[in-house]
Design a protein around this ligand. Structure first.
Ligand code: PEP
Length: 257
């Protein structure tokens, strides 16, 4: 069958200025000198604030650091009169590979609807970026509808118009688990990630479902990463808080099943 390379992704949110970001990436690289990501068996990606991306790009390029680069958001538009927005074309020019789209903080604090998320997914693909499509239920959703219904609906909406051949990543991030210290259980993560793979099969095709990585996110740390990675439908992690501590993020990347 298809093997999916695990992806460990660090979402820094609004933390670390460009000088701090450069120092952090140097330290992380040093902490991972002999780690398995060096041989490509695990992919590492960092998602700094926009103002850091050029500096981090220059560093990973100069020192041949094997981290992929991503942004935390992208405009649905290509260019023009959209004050404060950042185009996918600009991100691609900085060698960004990934872009997080539809993070729960953007859905909540910036009123990003499923339609806005779908528009940003289209923009990312148009500019050759891999969208990391974030979906997840709130505590209230969980109580009312169970775990899978809301994230499955969000993913279906985000995939509107996406071709089956598209290179995408899905991140299941239960809102109640983000930054709360209360991670989902491995079984909960597995169940929803499997349901999301079902959405990929239905909205795209079976090959897309088999090849697309579905990540878990929400209070992932060194102590629980292995338990998630042992689940067959969990292909990596989107890590917030613990991606800001060199030793913690390095230990997550070094997970052993
Ligand atoms: C996130 O916001 O993407 C996240 C997973 O955060 P944390 O790891 O801090 O829960």
């Amino acid at each position: 069958g298809i093997t999916r390379t695990p992806l460990i992704a660090g979402n820094w949110k609004m933390n670390l200025d460009h000088l701090q970001a450069v120092a952090f990436v140097q330290k992380l690289h040093w902490a991972l000198k002999d780690a398995k990501h060096q041989d490509g068996s695990v992919e590492v990606a960092v998602f700094p604030p926009f103002t850091d991306i050029r500096s981090v790009q220059t560093l990973i390029d100069a020192d041949k650091i094997p981290f992929a680069l991503g942004a935390q958001d992208v405009s649905a538009h290509d260019s023009g009169a959209y004050t404060g927005e950042v185009s996918g074309a600009f991100l691609a020019k900085l060698d960004a590979k990934y872009v997080i789209i539809g993070h729960s903080e953007r859905r909540e604090y910036h009123a990003e609807s499923d339609d806005v998320v779908a528009g940003k997914v289209q923009a990312a693909l148009k500019h050759g970026l891999v969208p990391v499509i974030c979906v997840g239920e709130t505590a209230e959703d969980l109580e009312k509808f169970g775990a899978s219904a809301v994230p499955a609906g969000q993913l279906e909406a985000a995939l509107k118009g996406v071709p089956a051949s598209a290179d995408i990543v899905v991140a299941y991030e239960p809102v109640w688990a983000i930054g709360s210290g209360q991670a989902a259980t491995p079984q909960q993560a597995q169940d929803v990630c499997a349901a999301l793979r079902g959405v990929l099969a239905k909205s795209l095709d079976e090959d897309a479902a088999a090849r697309t990585r579905v990540l878990y996110g929400g209070s992932v740390k060194a102590a629980n990463i292995a338990s998630f990675m042992r689940e067959p439908d969990v292909d990596g992690a989107l890590v917030g808080g613990a991606s800001l501590v060199v030793d913690d993020f390095a230990a997550i990347i070094r997970f052993e099943k």
